[in-house]
Design a protein around this ligand. Structure first.
Ligand SMILES: Cc1ncc(COP(=O)(O)O)c(C=O)c1O
Length: 422
């Protein structure tokens, strides 16, 4: 038996087998150099072209390129009319700015627990979270899996709520064959280092609604009503920020966008290989792809079932010990969020703008972490990966990672952790 790598055995995934993300080709070099060699490095020709090409890719009428996904989220919340003291619903488990974008608009996040299987907002719990102050829902499509947008949009319509889709992790994911970002009132995408469309940093705001577009543009560029490409009057007509993208970044994003569909197809086929190699492992819960959904596996997320492994201590202790061993095998797995959102200090201390704002502007809300048991259960038991399944990695890498994970699960009794039963 090959000992675990953590005990000096041979790694299941040899060094150098997993290639880094994103693949860079001559096309990227060509686009970025061409941007450098022209004279507008701010909102230049690549920004306008990126907006057109991304809206065509996603099937939206309008797109605005931003300097982050968070900027695009804030633009969405504010352009949907959420303001002082309004309540906005969001999943209790996500990236922090899925919720802090609500604070940026001086509105109050109200959390909804997640569904364990999909890891997205539990739509059966939304109705109970709605109050007369609720204005909107930030609908996060997490890990590359879309929410059930039939169910979500029917709740939103019933209560007259706006929907801001957080697509930062789910470029190209579909529900009933339609891409995320085309269901709600507007959407936000991120192009940071780790995203399926990477331009270093950056983002995109999309909408099909003229009024929301115009409001979002003011927030995006200093509260002005004319775009930097037009004849600006430098007048702040409303409160605005500086959320614009720059030409070099947009050029990089445009080059990567030409290969996005190919990247996503590779990711799905790599995920299928990994799923096959992990099937049947005791104590390991694979990600699900419900009917009518096409998962992109942006983050391939696995959960450890402590009961199946007869572990009775805190689940995170077991997960952390196993993860160290899997990392030693060279699998490049990691833990994403270690805290549910309501447990984060900004919500526990309610310390956003000072003097109690925005919470003092509305009704009291409770951020008791005990109210989100499923999000907590997920947080304590998950691990996952991004890079090993990304292009240019293929079935060889997916299989090797599967072997590394299997090796640790099958040799769990060899881990040096008090409480692990042999
Ligand atoms: C779900 C989600 N929302 C929002 C963001 C924010 O995107 P950015 O880092 O581009 O601001 C991220 C990025 O990690 C994310 O994963």
């Amino acid at each position: 038996m090959n000992p675990l790598a953590i005990h000096g055995g041979k790694k299941a995934v040899p060094d150098g087998l997993i290639k880094t993300w994103p693949p860079i080709t001559d096309l990227d070099r060509q686009y970025v150099l061409a941007s450098l060699n022209q004279s507008n490095h701010a909102f230049g020709p690549n920004c306008a072209a990126f907006e057109q090409e991304f809206s065509a890719f996603n099937g939206n009428r309008f797109a605005i390129t931003t300097n982050s996904g968070t900027a695009a989220l804030h633009m969405g919340v504010a352009a949907c009319g959420c303001g002082a003291g309004d309540e906005v619903l969001v999943a209790a488990y996500s990236w922090s700015s899925s919720a802090t974008c609500i604070l940026h608009a001086n509105a109050i996040p109200v959390f909804v627990d997640i569904d364990f299987d999909t890891m997205n907002m539990d739509l059966t719990k939304v109705d109970a979270a709605i109050t007369p102050r609720t204005k909107a829902i930030v609908a996060v499509h997490l890990h590359g899996l879309a929410l059930d947008m039939d169910a979500l949009m029917s709740i939103a319509r019933k209560h007259n709520l706006k929907v801001i889709e957080d697509c930062c992790q789910s470029h190209g994911a579909t529900f009933r064959g339609k891409k995320v970002g085309t269901f709600g009132d507007c959407a936000a995408f991120s192009f940071n280092q780790n995203k399926c469309l990477c331009s270093g940093e950056g983002g995109m705001f999309t909408t099909d609604n003229d009024d929301i577009l115009n409001k979002a543009k003011m927030i995006w560029s200093f509260g002005e009503t004319r775009t930097p490409a037009e004849d600006r009057d430098y007048h702040a007509y409303a409160l605005g920020w500086m959320y614009r993208n720059n030409d070099l970044t947009a050029a990089f994003g445009r080059a990567q966008l030409t290969r996005l569909s190919e990247y996503l197809a590779t990711q799905r086929s790599n995920a299928a290989v990994l799923i096959e190699s992990l099937r049947g492992i005791k104590g390991l819960t694979l990600p699900t792809e419900p009917p009518n959904h096409e998962h992109t596996y942006y983050n391939f997320t696995i959960r450890i079932d402590p009961t199946a492994l007869r572990w009775t201590d805190h689940p995170a202790k077991l997960r952390d010990a196993m993860m160290k061993a899997m990392q030693a095998e060279g699998t490049q797995v990691g833990i994403w969020q270690q805290f549910i959102l309501p447990a984060m200090t900004v919500f526990q201390a309610q310390n956003a703008f000072g003097k109690g704002s925005p919470w003092c502007l509305g009704d009291p809300v409770e951020y008791n972490p005990m109210n989100f048991p499923i999000a907590q259960k997920h947080t304590d038991s998950h691990f996952g990966m991004t890079t090993p399944l990304r292009a240019p990695n293929g079935p060889e890498q997916a299989k090797a990672v599967g072997e590394g994970i299997r090796k640790v699960f099958e040799n769990i009794h060899r881990l040096d952790v008090p409480g692990i039963l042999s």
